[in-house]
Design a protein. Structure first.
Lengths: 256, 94
């Protein structure tokens, strides 16, 4: 019998709730209150997330974010700074028991296995995606997806981005660059190093079409069935608490 | 404050800020886009380096011991990478 995981689609939410809900799902899973889960989500307003170990002031142009109404949040996972465009990007998270056969002790291997669902989904759209260690998915050498993972309480939590559309100008307005002089150069270099689904396929792929492809990709790669479900009351209450007491606070976001 | 950046093999960036006295670390902050969990042990790792002599081998040993004792997982950066970055930051007088 095929194993069933829960599928959540929480739509457009702000950065603090988005990060809080990810943690709430991981905690709920660790208490065996919910099944293994894959969640899709987007960001409204657009936002920047930074890795756990990064410095907010060093990575993010706070003044530009405030001017443009862009949120900024620290993630519970390591990795780099990411600009999450409201209309350009789909984000996913996977929350799975550490004892699950998909998960090995080898962290690098686990990234590859969990990313294989995305790779498969992207390929079904006609995008020749490949996993590139440590934590990226690339198309013809250009990055299309970045991913970050942590383990705690017996649960593996991986989240990441899939670029449907890309806007390097805005990306470098909100992310700090070493100097203004090289901003143009960096924008150019991002155009050479980063791609998106729309850019590669030269057509507009809707979020719905992308999600359908990824759902199939995860189901086939993990040999599971994804059953649409809801955020539980426990998770929702915990997410609100984590949003208010952690992810939206200056103490958390500027702690490094 | 002394600073340095070091790109680990595999591409993750480590940034170190430190103060020293008599070639021993008196303050250190390690930031960057590497992966380490449990994440909240980074501050304990920094604390464990206070008083450490700025010498590559000594720092590698100190970090390795911390990782083993506290069951820390690292990805994208090694104790050797951290040590290189710390020695670079601490290398120039002050």
């Amino acid at each position: 019998m095929v194993e069933v995981w829960r599928l959540l689609d929480t739509g457009l939410r702000d950065a603090y709730y988005n990060m809080a809900l990810d943690e709430a799902i991981a905690i709920a899973r660790s208490k065996k209150l919910v099944p293994n889960t894959i969640r899709f989500f987007r960001w409204e307003p657009s936002a920047v997330s930074i890795g756990y170990f990064q410095s907010m002031e060093e990575e993010v142009d706070i003044e530009a974010c405030n001017r443009l109404g862009i949120n900024y949040v620290r993630r519970r996972t390591g990795g780099g700074a990411v600009y999450h465009d409201r209309d350009g990007e789909l984000t996913y998270s996977i929350v799975v028991d550490e004892e699950h056969p998909l998960i090995s002790r080898d962290l690098q291997k686990t990234y590859e296995v969990l990313c294989s669902g995305l790779v498969r989904g992207l390929r079904s759209l006609g995008v020749p995606a490949e996993f590139r260690p440590i934590n990226d998915i690339v198309v013809e050498g250009k990055k299309i997806s970045g991913n970050a993972q942590t383990r705690s309480m017996g649960v593996v939590h991986q989240h990441g981005t899939i670029l449907r559309d890309v806007n390097p100008n805005l990306m470098f307005t909100v992310l700090r660059v070493p100097s203004e002089k090289i901003r143009d150069k960096m924008i150019k270099s991002v155009e050479e190093r980063v791609t998106s689904i729309n850019k590669y396929l030269k057509r507009e792929v809707s979020f719905d079409e992308l999600k359908r492809a990824l759902i199939r990709g995860f189901e086939e790669a993990f040999n599971i069935r994804l059953a649409p479900g809801e955020v539980t009351e426990y998770e929702e209450n915990l997410a609100i608490k984590l949003r208010d007491e952690k992810y939206s606070t200056r103490e958390w976001n500027f702690r490094r | 404050m002394l600073r340095s950046e070091y790109k680990a093999e595999g591409g993750k960036l480590i940034k170190v800020q430190l103060s020293k006295e008599d070639n021993q670390i008196t303050f250190i902050k390690i930031t960057g886009d590497f992966f380490m969990h449990p994440e909240d042990l980074i501050e304990d790792l920094e604390r464990s380096l206070i008083g450490c002599t700025i010498d590559e081998e000594t720092i590698i040993e100190r970090i390795k011991r911390f990782i083993e004792e506290r069951e820390v997982a690292l990805l994208g950066a090694t104790p050797e990478d951290f040590a290189k970055c710390i020695v670079r930051a601490g290398g120039g007088g002050g």
